[in-house]
Ligand binder design. Structure first.
Ligand SMILES: N[C@@H](CCC(=O)N[C@@H](CS)C(=O)NCC(=O)O)C(=O)O
Length: 222
């Protein structure tokens, strides 16, 4: 399919927010796979994720969402698996089945047991129902539990990155989670030396550098 009916293939479109760790995961995947995609900003602080037009793309009202021609997919895990299966360049999963399963496990620790507990909706709810002082202890408890599990899980699998010397699925989830926890909540990573080392390594990877919040078109200029 083409956008103009001519030879230009239609660009993938990513609905994203610069600071969203879930969008960050997909931006890394798109960069690794070499896509020049169209960035469609959704400002979470202005509530644009609840706009009827966006809800047509993702009924739960969260970023990211990906449009590939007639295909619309939301949820970072689903998007990344779709990209992996449709576009095999730069595989995001190792061939070894155990390492592959460790990638799923680490990605799911982040996406199911960490990020949802610090999501904007949840943090706003805690602030309103309990009070602003409850936010940091809540986040520290749940992020600490997740990072402690990841530190143990990856101990026998890590190389330069989470499961070896290539950037795979687990890294796509870990890099935004570690960086976001440090930046947004001032989270101290020193009790997790392996994860802290991985974070240093991630910051040297061009596909991750280009996916950083501050490199996105919707990052505030002032
Ligand atoms: N499981 C979903 C979670 C998506 C999600 O929670 N997105 C956050 C940003 S990282 C969001 O849009 N939050 C808006 C809100 O809470 O209103 C995914 O991985 O894409």
């Amino acid at each position: 399919m083409t956008s103009s009916g001519q030879d230009e293939p239609m660009k993938l479109q990513l609905y994203s927010y610069h600071r969203s760790s879930c969008s960050f995961r997909v931006r890394i995947a798109l960069n690794l796979k070499g896509f020049d995609y169209e960035y469609k900003p959704i400002n979470l602080f202005k509530g644009e994720q609840k706009n009827p037009e966006f809800l047509k793309l993702n009924p739960i009202g969260y970023v990211p969402a990906l449009v590939d021609g007639d295909i619309v997919i939301a949820d970072s895990f689903a998007i990344i698996m779709y990209l992996e299966e449709k576009y095999p360049q730069h595989p995001l999963l190792p061939r070894d089945l155990e390492k592959r399963a460790i990638n799923y496990q680490a990605a799911n620790i982040v996406s199911a047991s960490m990020q949802p507990l610090q999501n904007l909706d949840v943090v706003n709810y805690i602030e309103e129902k309990v009070g602003p002082d409850a936010i940091i202890p809540w986040v520290e408890k749940h992020l600490g539990k997740g990072f402690a599990a990841l530190e143990k899980l990856l101990k026998n699998h890590a190389g330069k990155y989470a499961t070896g010397d290539d950037v795979f699925l687990a890294d796509l989830f870990l890099a935004p989670q570690i960086r976001g926890s440090m930046k947004r909540f001032n989270f101290d990573m020193t009790p997790y030396p392996l994860l802290a080392r991985l974070h240093e390594a991630y910051m040297q990877v061009p596909a991750i550098q280009d996916a950083l919040p501050e490199k996105q078109p919707d990052y505030p200029s002032t």
